[in-house]
Design a protein around this ligand. Sequence first.
Ligand code: DLL
Length: 429
Amino acid sequence: MKWMWNPKYEAMDRENLEQIQLERLQAILHHAYRHVPFYRSLFEDRGLGPGDILSLKDFQEVPFTTKEDLLKGFPYDFFAVPLTKVARIHTSSGTTGRPIVVGYTKRDLQYWSHLNARVLLAGELGERDVLQISFNYGLFTGGFGFHAGAELIGTAVIPASAMGITRQINVMANFKATALVSLPSHALRIGHRLQEMGIDPKDLSLRVGFFGAEPWSEATRHQIEEHLSVRALDNYGLAEVGGPGVAFECQYRRGLHINEDHFYPEIIDPATGKVLGAGKEGELVLTTLAKEAFPILRFRTGDLTSLDYEPCECGRTLVRMARVKGRADDMFIIRGINLFPSQIEDILFSFKVGPNYIIRLYREEGLDQMELQVESPLYQKDEGRNLKGKIAGEFMDRLTLEVTVNLVEPGSIKVSRGKQQTVVDEREI
Ligand code: DLL
């Protein structure tokens, strides 16, 4: 029970846990049915009532909710409480003006802070620690989510937020940060800059880092651990179900424990929607079990993983999800911003370019970069330079994303017969 924030739930035997899940599911189904017209019609279309779900197995009758559904409900259609009861609003990252808007009641915020405390305590964070949070404090869920969790534990928090790498390093060194919360790619950049500055990471006070919000690999973990002299732990979450605090690694690092008393996980075959058994890889589907403002039923996360129900050596019985293997759709994440190629296309095609283009993702000194190669008759002309600047400006305006635009000769981009491969990802994660 050491290093568990809520041992009662984190180490509960499965029979009791499933009973709690079922009771909470039934309550959330009623709540969603009563207060969100989308769910009411979803049920009615199938001739189902929320009272028809008598077991976890029955729950598989409930249709999925997708990102597209949520976008159609912009901004507040999925809120299950009036705005007077909403205490906080965040959004999913990576948007073209219509993000997925999520809300929290006071109680949701309380629960959320406990869930993040679980993540941090599993990394043995305590009152003696100084935690630097390098996630953006804003509409993104990362900064505020971890902040509240750390405050519960009683750790000294440095809300560094999104500032430049060198300033992050100065703060880290001067304030003697012992722990770091950031994107893994951000930690890599910090590591590279430390090398450039000739700073030995062992001279810093860092000992543990909590990284998430984008895919990363074991290879990246090794690099971060070496360059920053920290123990690196993975954590997973998404705005649609509340932000960070959904799943986290313990010190054994054999998968990420899902906070199952708050999120009911299923793995489905992304092509057929069929529920797959333990150990099978597929798309993660999540249902919130206790959210008041923004309950979500069977949300298709798009993230590919598998579930392992064997109890862990740490004593937690919470199921473990494997490190996210990739996406079931074509979403990609650049510097923590989630994007679909269609969003890039929307901006590109508001200019007279195309029809073919390539999105090249690569990394320079640890920093994600995006190059857009797009066909245009102006590719060798002076006006071309102007056009490139305008396109890049539009990306900055609409997505706060720095991109390099290169115009290429019309017809020079190879068109494939099947699904066009528009994203070339050269980043080693
Ligand atoms: O990224 C919430 C978060 C904040 C998680 C801070 C962890 C730490 P979104 O912006 O909605 O929310 O992006 C969610 O990011 O569906 C995954 O595709 C991806 N993702 C998040 N964590 C991981 C991870 C936050 N540990 C989307 N490994 C998710 C791989 C991750 N992918």
